[in-house]
Design a protein around this ligand. Structure first.
Ligand code: GUN
Length: 292
């Protein structure tokens, strides 16, 4: 069993971005700039956005964090996005999800200028991704691809089982793994909470990607020997013995699944770190696109 180490891979990606950014700025071009909107005080969202901003600084990007109270009106948020859409200095716009219930998520995503859609959630970005055209790929699936690539994991002809069909992870990674490229050329099965015979399907998988948000959902009797397991889950589970009051759990019963695997991602220290590295790559690309 080999760990797919998000720390090592994300650092390698960030080192590349840092070097490219420095060359870019030294050649007279602008500093890449990510604007992040965070609404409310969801602990997990706060942590993710703080990490995104910190990582921008680490690679030499500019970042702006725009915060609103939980009770922000949709009109105020729309005005804020319109302002960022028109701001020449802003290259990438990220609206941290989930949004409060008074706000229509679809409307907000559709409003972001596709040229600045570094999350890759806009229908234009998704449409291009489906067609295999150059575009912004959502950060978590993109991070998974970067990880498979770094460890040169063979994907061609393999059966990939994706558990979860969200617009953010399950659906896009299933499309990306089926593309005629590397990583790709997989035969993909997309499962959901209603899938019959999930265990039997998983037992046929060479690659399993779990993106459900249910701690320790994937058990060892669902995994064949030498499978590649990618765990996208990051759930805070109450644990009074910890100073923070919680522990982070993935969607995989790591202790029992890991010994059967050829490769497996840990949680934390796996896909989560790759998501941020991929977001930085998209932000750099958004900035670079301004000059092409
Ligand atoms: N919430 C959970 N994952 C993501 C993500 O990748 N981007 C944004 N904007 N919000 C999220």
């Amino acid at each position: 069993m080999q760990l797919l180490d998000g720390k090592i891979v994300s650092q390698a990606v960030k080192n590349d971005i840092k070097e490219m950014t420095s060359l870019f700025i030294n050649s007279g071009k602008k500093t890449p700039h990510l604007a992040a909107i965070l609404i409310g005080s969801n602990g997990a969202s706060e942590t993710y956005v703080a990490s995104k901003v910190k990582n921008c600084e680490e690679v030499g990007f500019k970042s702006s964090l725009i915060r609103y109270e939980e009770n922000i009106s949709e009109a105020t948020l729309i005005a804020a996005i319109n302002k960022l859409n028109c701001d020449e200095d802003v290259d990438g716009i990220l609206v941290q999800l989930p949004l409060p219930k008074q706000i229509n998520e679809e409307k907000i995503i559709n409003l972001i200028n596709p040229d600045k859609d570094v999350d890759g959630f806009h229908p234009m970005s998704i449409g291009k991704m489906v067609q295999g055209l150059p575009t912004f790929i959502p950060a978590t699936p993109y991070g998974i691809l970067l990880m498979l690539e770094y460890y040169r994991i063979e994907t061609s002809g393999k059966h990939a089982v994706v558990i979860g069909r969200s617009n953010i992870v399950g659906r896009p990674i299933s499309i990306l793994l089926s593309r005629n490229t590397y990583p790709g050329n997989c035969t993909v099965t997309v499962c959901n909470s209603r899938t019959n015979s999930l265990k039997e399907i998983c037992l046929q998988a060479d690659i399993i990607i779990v993106a459900l948000g249910i701690p320790e959902f994937l058990k060892s009797d669902m995994v064949k020997e030498n499978a590649v397991v990618i765990d996208v889950g990051i759930t805070r589970v109450v644990d009074a013995s910890k100073k923070s009051g919680f522990v982070i759990k993935g969607d995989v019963d790591f202790t029992n699944v890991a010994p059967k695997c050829r490769y497996i991602t840990p949680v934390p220290g796996g896909v989560g770190l790759m998501t941020i590295a991929a977001l930085l790559k998209n932000t750099f690309a958004a900035c670079k696109n301004k000059y092409s």
